[in-house]
Unconditional design. Sequence first.
Length: 716
Amino acid sequence: MHAARFLTQSYQPGLVLLSIAVAILAGYAALDLVNRVHAAQRRYAWIWIAAGAVTLGSGIWSMHFIGMLALILPIHMSYAVWPTALSWLMAVAASAVALRLACRTQLDRGPWFAGSAFMALGIVSMHYTGMYAMEITPGIVYDPVWVALSVLVALVGSAAALGLSFALRGLSRRFLRVRKCIAAVFMGIAIAGMHYSGMAAAEFPAATHALTTVGVEKSWLALLISSLSVVLLSATLLAAALDRRLETQTAELVASLQEANEQLRHSSYHDALTNLANRKLLGERISHEIQRASRRGSGFALFYLDLDGFKQLNDHLGHQAGDEALERVANAMRETVRDNDTIARMGGDEFVVLTAEVEAAADIDMLANRLLTAIREAGETAPGLSASIGWARFPDHGQTAQALVTAADRAMYWAKTHGKNSYVGYRAEMACQARDEFHLRRELGKALETEAITVYYQPKYRTSDGTLSGAEALVRWHHPQLGLITPDRFIPLAERSGQIDQLERVILDNVCRQIRDWRASGLTAPRISVNLSAARVSDPQLPDMVQRHLDRHGIEPQALLLEITESVSIKGMQETIGTLERFARMGIDVALDDFGTGHSSLSYLEQLPIQQLKIDRSFIRDLGPAMPQQAAIVSSIVTLAHNLGLDVVAEGVETEEQLHYVVELGCDEMQGYLFSRAVPADRFERLLGGMRYGERGLNRSPDAAPAMPARAPEFG
Ligand SMILES: Nc1nc2c(ncn2[C@@H]2O[C@@H]3COP(=O)(O)O[C@H]4[C@@H](O)[C@H](n5cnc6c(=O)[nH]c(N)nc65)O[C@@H]4COP(=O)(O)O[C@H]3[C@H]2O)c(=O)[nH]1
């Protein structure tokens, strides 16, 4: 009976599948667009909404239209233009609402339900308006149950689509595409489900016939519409993909910019070579630690470290070896302290360790000891590398970052000047020493620019006939307030402050000019010995510097003799040998000073290209009948040196008895207060002229040691 009242409906399976495919594509586009809208900047979001609404609406609409075209009825069918267009508009409006909702950062229940209801209304209206566009008579009869069901499907589908779009947004990029495809299939089925349940609600009375017979063949129309919608949807997806790519590129750019910023920030707080904290970061960390300790009423310790022997290592083995040593030391320190302690490089070979909790004296000692051991071990490939460590404790030794660092620095300096390779805690008396040194450094800087640095000369005599054999140039500093300052006080200071290069240039210039002046006034200047600082001996520039001074004053190299100390020659053996060989080629003799004060001195003697050996005055001091073994030592040194073809000079001869011994033991030359102290150049002039020791009673001059009887040694 039913069959007789209504037309039999069937569907073209190909078009049904096509409609579902378009629905799925539209679903995918919807999810993709939601992401775009959300990701886009605010001012571009509305463009995505507008373009997306047209695309999405057209997709949904074409799905419906293709679905309707899939319907096979035994009558000719055509569609009225305006209702069809209206149905398209409704689809676009529903899509716009959906996308607008998707812009929200979160979807609360209220807007979700309201949005879903509006979307469902849009889709349902689109569908039924589309049905209304069919130009048939009498009208379609709807089954209310199916209509309700179709509305329910539209509602559930819209709610699910909106919910899905939000759910997918928070997910990671992994498997996002697959998940989106699954969601799109689900949405496509929901859109198609709404349509086909809506179609199921429609019954066409048996008397139904077309209002017009004019119209386009519907299969072609379906193909055209589906192609257009596929093209539109694909174009939108492509645009979305391009936009996403652009966004990814931008994001990558932003990320690399952030990384560069991070690196910049890191490098502004870290030392490039060792990657340790720099002064700036250390300052911040100390201030932070001070605040923390003040709150808790606790304390903490700060260690200032300066490497011993680093400058020599750097000079002898080169900067690269120096850098490697610094890196090894930095790593060794890292392994010694706790992770939450801070190690900073203050520049050069100076470091600071800020401990977070070390406070008790025993713990401080233990850590200082561990640091010393670690640094010595790290310096295994660089013999002689150790550290001088000073420590200061908050709050006792300083209450600001600056005060603490200064206190620890002073303690370090104390350790350095009292033996090195050791540690010491800050004491108030250290402040004076540091202040003095700081002051003195500045004064020395000024003195180097003026005439305040002068050279004194101490004569040397031949033991064979008492004639003047030469003189040792000994530097003096005439300080306006402090008076005459001896080199023991300011040479180590100049070595530490880096002023030694300039100081030695001044001394060499002084000596060379003096020799030239003596000669110019008709005097025969003896060979003058010039001391070379320990810090400079291995400097490859040194021979050139000496040559420049000789050239400037027109002096031949034989007029000079250079003195190096034994400890220096042993430390940087290869480099020292290189420098000495260059001096030998230039025609300048070299003397090894303070001989006997080093450790393995004898074994090295053979290798050094030197011409003279100066026995340290500590050996000469004890010469006498009370200590016969001392004479035996000096005797073997003299024999050894002579076997090596070296001249021997006895330093520090103060008494007649010592004089007697040095002559007896076979020393070639002698020098000491018995003959004369170091005297200014004008006083030394009196000795020039070839006279022998004692002939003019030189030791009666105020420069000679007091109470020293004037007596010529018994030569020969
Ligand atoms: N007790 C005693 N001392 C005597 C006697 N005869 C000489 N002296 C002192 O012993 C030092 C000898 O110089 P040195 O061993 O090279 O030791 C020198 C040398 O290492 C360094 N020095 C001095 N002048 C220069 C210089 O121009 N350049 C460099 N690099 N170092 C210098 O300073 C050190 C000390 O120099 P000075 O104070 O001038 O002290 C000089 C000299 O005045 C003596 O009979 N008894």
